[in-house]
Design a protein around this ligand. Structure first.
Ligand code: SF4
Length: 79
């Protein structure tokens, strides 16, 4: 899937929810967003998009920004 292809977004479990839920001021308050992502059919596409675009903010694909930074570090170490 090309990085510019974001058609998966319309199938996200977060559709219709308040976007602020996915951008908590404190990542320790991301539990509700993470629980929505857990049951999302496009979670992997969403996570890959956020990793590939180095998305700095919010919960994407069941991962907080902190989680994604860790994943990117691991990716670099295994590359
Ligand atoms: S994984 Fe989470 S943020 Fe991504 S589309 Fe699904 S519900 Fe929305």
């Amino acid at each position: 899937m090309a990085i510019t292809d974001v058609t998966w977004r319309s199938s996200g479990a977060c559709q219709g929810l308040d976007a602020e839920i996915f951008y908590p001021e404190n990542e320790d308050h991301a539990d509700f967003a993470l629980s929505v992502c857990e049951h999302c059919a496009v979670r992997i596409a969403c996570l890959n998009y956020a990793l590939d675009t180095r998305e700095q903010q919010g919960v994407w694909g069941g991962a907080t920004a902190r989680d994604r930074r860790k994943m990117l570090r691991q990716r670099r170490h295994t590359a």
